[in-house]
Design a protein around this ligand. Structure first.
Ligand SMILES: Nc1nc2c(ncn2[C@@H]2O[C@H](COP(=O)(O)OP(=O)(O)OP(=O)(O)O)[C@@H](O)[C@H]2O)c(=O)[nH]1
Ligand SMILES: [Mg+2]
Length: 596
């Protein structure tokens, strides 16, 4: 199916043409029929000579209803511009054409209507010249009379040629269905209609409302009045939703594939038409079927920042238009350049931003996006409309390659600096690096670590950095020499000071497994626990603290924490009378099996 919108001045025969082509009545309202004038959008469809189906979104021509016209053409990429032979080119012929041009519509047909009332030649020539200067370019033109039927067969053939040229839909695109109508069907609830330009819909699909992100479920689907389980783009669809009050779903709302769109109220755009500096400070932005008040901040000669009165689900490259409702003036076509632009708070930020925007054209560009953002998550990029074709550097993070290389170099430098400042620590904690490199995720830090650096126990250091620093290694060697044959004698506090073993050095030695800390300033050589267990196992069981102290040839200062450590390890058990018993058989010296 193809969808075309009509366009043209009031009373130029758009609805009559649609009626003649389809046999259906596009003017749905009694008031429209009474006044002989289209007020709101109408919908009708027909089969073309080729067998293809074309649906029409019939728009009103009256100047008061231009916003309705824009809601009709916004989601539709091709138009049928009607000009009456007897009236010729008129103000809304021009305004509608300006709107089509602003939206970048490049497929269309000129239909000179009411050809029975006047020679269609002059109107055709004038309209053709006007159209040629727009995005529509050179269009085919047909003169018709709905009264005599003259030209209608030729128009049907021309429609076939037009739709044959239309680009095919992006079948796997996420759904963004701009609502153009919503109503209630007794017994079914809320139904919305729209033009499905890409992707597909199926009964049971989960979608979300653009306004609030609220999840909704497709309960039923109609296409051209017939129920369907599934509808592929391009199509006119009516979607029946579960449990959503109709008031929530007016024109301009959109149904979205969940998680695939970034709702934004801040946009950087290129403006074609009036110079950005001449734009009024407030305008109406029309996109899809939505119309939203915006504040305009010019940035460059043809670029501006728009602050939207409510967020919309927009993608980089989307086309929209700015209109001054008071002046009946299409101020310009808009191409969305950035849907998540940086704040402009620093001095000179606006000028710098204008220079960046000067180089953008609205075509999604992953490399450029990463160059500007340095780091971005995959989901953020796809939600902005930027296809992700590169591999992530960590998790779902993508990085600009130059920035990533620079970060790796900074990580190495920061790691060195930290090691110099903290010689006794086995590397720099990952979180410290994350903060110093100002990274949003620890996974990025870990992904930046290159040999000879490595990540171990939450720290980044050179492989072997957990070996003992020289001065500590020397001190430990002296402890071993002095106390090796008295394994349960801990050096006194003053002796530790003499040896240069302060709390940090002891900490480093303990982490390296070179010393065992029983308590503050009470250290033994690491084999002491197993040795103690063996000595105690030979005592008559249970044994007292005093018996243990004598057997180990040590002081209470060592014996008390040593026994507590053995209790904690399950080697000994403390009895109610404070005596202990060995419960686990210690391994014999040299046995490789751990205590069990
Ligand atoms: N003689 C003659 N009259 C026509 C022809 N087409 C339309 N008309 C008449 O022109 C008048 C306006 O036609 P519509 O089809 O309502 O025009 P429209 O463009 O839809 O108008 P709006 O929707 O209000 O913008 C009606 O009275 C039609 O009967 C034609 O080919 N020949
Ligand atoms: Mg009409």
């Amino acid at each position: 199916m193809w969808v075309l919108a009509t366009a043209g001045h009031v009373d130029h025969g758009k609805s009559t043409l649609v009626r003649a082509l389809t046999g259906m009545e596009p003017d749905r309202w009694a008031e429209e029929r009474r006044r002989g004038m289209t007020i709101d959008l109408g919908f009708a469809w027909t089969t073309l000579p080729s067998g293809g189906t074309v649906a029409f979104v019939d728009v009103p021509g009256h100047e008061r209803f231009v916003p309705n016209m824009l809601a009709g053409v916004g989601p539709v990429p091709a138009a049928l511009l009607a000009v009456a032979a007897d009236e010729g080119w008129m103000p809304q012929s021009a305004e509608h054409l300006a709107a089509l041009h602003a939206l970048g519509v490049s497929y269309g047909l000129l239909v000179v209507t009411r050809a029975d009332l006047a020679d269609p030649g002059p109107a055709l020539a004038h309209a053709r010249a006007e159209i040629a200067a727009t995005s529509l370019g050179a269009v085919e033109a047909v003169a018709v009379s709905a009264v005599t039927g003259a030209g209608l067969p030729e128009l049907r053939d021309a429609l076939d040629r037009l739709v044959a040229r239309l680009p095919g839909p992006a079948a796997d695109a996420p759904v963004r269905l701009w609502v153009d109508r919503s109503f209630t069907v007794r017994g079914s609830g809320t139904v919305v209609t729209g033009t499905l330009g890409g992707g597909r819909l199926a009964v049971g699909d989960h979608l979300e409302l653009a306004d609030t992100g609220e999840p909704v479920r497709v309960r039923g689907l109609h296409c051209l009045g017939v129920p369907h389980e599934r509808v592929d783009a391009v199509a006119r669809v009516a979607v029946n939703l579960r449990n959503v009050p109709r008031e929530r779903l007016g024109r301009g709302e959109a149904l979205l594939t969940p998680g695939r769109f970034h709702r934004t109220d801040l946009l950087d755009v290129r403006v074609a038409g009036d110079p950005a500096a001449d734009l009024p400070a407030t305008l109406t932005l029309h996109v899809g079927s939505a119309a939203v008040a915006v504040r305009v901040r010019p940035l460059g000669p043809d670029t501006a920042r728009l602050r939207l009165a409510r967020p919309l689900p927009l993608l980089v490259g989307d086309r929209a238009l700015l209109r001054d409702p008071g002046r009946h003036h299409v101020a310009g076509g808009v191409t969305v350049l950035d849907v998540a632009p940086p704040p402009l708070t620093r001095r000179g930020a606006a000028a710098a931003r204008a220079r960046v925007l000067a180089g953008l054209d609205g075509r999604p560009d992953l490399a450029g996006e990463l160059r500007r953002r340095l780091l971005a998550r995959r989901g953020e990029l796809t939600r902005m409309g930027v296809p992700v074709t590169a591999a992530p550097v960590a998790g779902d993070w993508l990085a600009d390659p130059d920035h990533w290389r620079a970060l790796a170099a900074r990580l190495a430098a920061e790691t060195d600096r930290y090691a110099a400042a903290h010689p006794l620590e086995p590397g720099v904690p990952v979180d410290v690096l994350r903060q110093r490199l100002d990274l949003p995720d620890r996974a990025l830090v870990e992904a930046l670590v290159r040999p000879p650096l490595r990540v171990r126990a939450g720290r980044v250091g050179a492989a072997g950095a957990d070996a003992l620093p020289q001065p500590v290694a020397r001190a430990v060697a002296r402890v071993r020499a002095e106390y090796g044959d008295r394994p349960f004698q801990a050096p006194e506090a003053y002796r530790l000071v003499d040896l240069g073993l302060g709390p940090r050095e002891i900490g480093a030695a303990v982490r390296a497994g070179a010393l065992l800390r029983l308590a503050e300033n009470v250290v033994l050589l690491p084999g002491a626990v197993d040795d103690a267990a063996r000595v105690l196992a030979r005592l008559p069981q249970p044994f007292t603290l005093s018996a243990a102290r004598q057997a180990l040839d040590t002081s209470r200062r060592v014996a008390v924490p040593l026994l507590e450590l053995l209790d904690r390890r399950g080697v000994t058990r403390r009895l109610p009378d404070d005596a202990r018993t060995v419960v686990a058989r210690p391994a014999e010296p040299g046995a490789s099996r751990p205590l069990s």
